[in-house]
Design a protein around this ligand. Structure first.
Ligand SMILES: Cc1ncc(COP(=O)(O)O)c(C=O)c1O
Length: 418
């Protein structure tokens, strides 16, 4: 492994306290709601915080129903099960609602987007990304529908808070009578064509994991338009008890309901979403301006239509400006080359400053656990996801970062290209 050529430069002294990729930022209200739950003994999976959190989310996203759940993954699982039951009816003896059914899934994402498809016995087919938004490529999706015309369910992600080209994706789903699940785990507060993400799919999913734009430490929510789905998900997520005097169960249940304490943190964070988004946007713009002139570009979005929450600021290095970089299953190496750089080198340089970056999500079709499932690449057979993974990285995007720290990070990135 190469030495970090700029780590010894005295100008580049490491920060005393670590600058994170994205960490929780708390205010006062969160504590108030936790204390209220504690004082009134609603330390449970029922209570005023849960009720209010659901109301606030439903207002914010503009959908009639929100169900607070233990995590974004739990919300995705419930969304997938609800969609599958709608499409294919009650699961038979296997209890797996997607048994043997193919599902189109975003390829460039966190594994949590896809794992619930497997929990339900489904078979993911991974759809490549487009360069314009890094999200599911509508053209690849169209081709996928030609290759697998029987598919009736699509799970798509708004990566790093950048909205996918949802109108095209929605139209393709409608044309094929397929349901759309919108994994908006990373994009709470993102607006597309004047509407919040999470409101476009048949079902929407939000995460309040500790690294998200607002957080409860954990937590998630499912959004939907019909009362029946809302009631079904509430029932499944509280062990599927039938409304009778004793414990009666007709269906498999889950312990997925959110705690009223955690809901208090989320309730207190929701009013701060706009402020967090403004700070994330300022970070994105400062990186964009500070890195201007280097052979790289920021994670792109449709300027006219999208107002991303800029959850993570990312860069993609130009192909000609990549120094040699080798990655095997577990390690990465590079060779420093004048005028060029690569994600591995930049991540090391940032780490030497005591700041946290991260490679772009490794695409699902390249993951050992998912490699055997089909992958539909972009139009000309290019593997866009693999290319974004090779040349892209996420920069420290914590809203508590100081301007001078961000400037230092920008300088260090500039040095990598010297
Ligand atoms: C795109 C995406 N989907 C799903 C999840 C899962 O959310 P959670 O961690 O709340 O289970 C996350 C993040 O954690 C995510 O980034």
């Amino acid at each position: 492994m190469e030495q970090i050529h700029n780590a010894l430069n005295p100008k580049r002294e490491a920060f005393d306290s670590r600058v994170y990729l994205a960490s929780p930022t708390m205010h006062q209200e969160e504590q108030h709601y936790i204390e209220e739950a504690f004082r009134t003994n609603w330390v449970s999976t029922v209570g005023a915080n849960l009720d209010r959190m659901e109301e606030l989310l439903s207002e914010l996203i503009g959908r009639p129903y929100a169900v607070a759940l233990a995590s974004g993954t739990a919300a995705l699982h419930m969304a997938i099960r609800a969609a599958a039951v709608k499409l294919y009816g009650e699961p038979g003896p296997s209890r797996l609602s997607l048994k043997g059914k193919r599902v189109f899934c975003s390829d460039l994402t966190f594994a949590a987007s896809v794992n619930p498809v497997i929990y339900e016995g489904g078979e993911p087919v991974f759809i490549d990304s487009e360069y314009e938004t890094w999200n599911m490529d509508p053209e690849a999706l169209e081709r996928a529908f030609r290759l697998y015309p029987e598919v009736k369910l699509v799970v798509m992600v708004h990566l790093y808070g950048t909205p996918a080209r949802i109108r095209q994706i929605r139209a393709l789903c409608d044309a094929h009578n397929a349901l759309l699940i919108e994994d908006a785990a990373e994009s709470l507060g993102t607006v597309y064509r004047g509407r919040q993400t999470g409101s476009f799919g048949d079902l929407g999913v939000i995460s309040f994991n500790g690294n998200k734009i607002i957080t409860g430490s954990c937590g998630g929510a499912l959004l939907c338009d019909d009362e029946q789905t809302m009631r079904r998900v509430r029932k499944w997520s509280t062990q599927s008890r039938e409304p009778v005097a004793w414990y009666q169960h007709r269906e498999i249940g889950y312990n997925y309901r959110l705690s009223n304490l955690i809901a208090g943190v989320i309730r207190g964070q929701i009013p701060w979403l706009g402020e967090h988004k403004a700070r994330k946007t300022a970070l994105y713009e400062r990186y964009r301006d500070g890195l201007r002139g280097l052979p790289l570009r920021m994670n792109p979005y449709e300027q006219e239509l999208a107002e991303p929450n800029h959850w993570l600021s990312c860069v993609l290095i130009d192909r000609e400006a990549m120094c040699p970089q080798r990655r095997d299953a577990e390690r990465a190496e590079y060779t420093h080359t004048g005028g060029k750089s690569c994600p591995t080198e930049i991540l090391e340089a940032i780490a030497a400053l005591n700041a946290e970056g991260r490679p772009i999500w490794k695409p699902m079709h390249l993951q050992p656990v998912y490699g055997a499932y089909p992958f539909v690449p972009a139009e000309d057979g290019r593997d866009v996801g693999a290319d974004l993974f090779a040349r892209g990285l996420c920069l420290p995007s914590d809203i508590k970062m100081k301007d001078w720290q961000q400037e230092r990070i920008i300088e260090v990135i500039r040095d990598c290209f010297r």
